[in-house]
Design a protein around this ligand. Structure first.
Ligand SMILES: [Zn+2]
Length: 79
């Protein structure tokens, strides 16, 4: 997802840097403490997915569940 004015990727903590949709990260949404329980805590983010992100987006915004699931699904289809 790109900002139409600056042409720069939109970096928002509550949006998935891969698809631009809300990542439903509790920590990003509440803007609160790191101790909030969130689905992203129990999910494993494949390194290959993280590698697809621009360096500026890494460790700033969570990849959304849909993208993680889509990745796992594509891996299974290759087997
Ligand atoms: Zn996504």
């Amino acid at each position: 997802m790109f900002d139409t004015e600056s042409g720069q990727p939109v970096l928002e903590a509550h949006r998935c840097p891969l698809c631009g949709k809300p990542n439903q990260c509790v920590m990003a949404q509440s803007g609160a403490a790191e101790d909030q329980p969130c689905w992203c805590r129990s999910e494993t983010f494949p390194q290959a997915l993280i590698d697809r992100l621009p360096p500026a987006a890494r460790h700033k915004a969570c990849i959304c569940r849909a993208c993680v699931r889509a990745y796992h699904q594509s891996m299974q289809e290759q087997q």
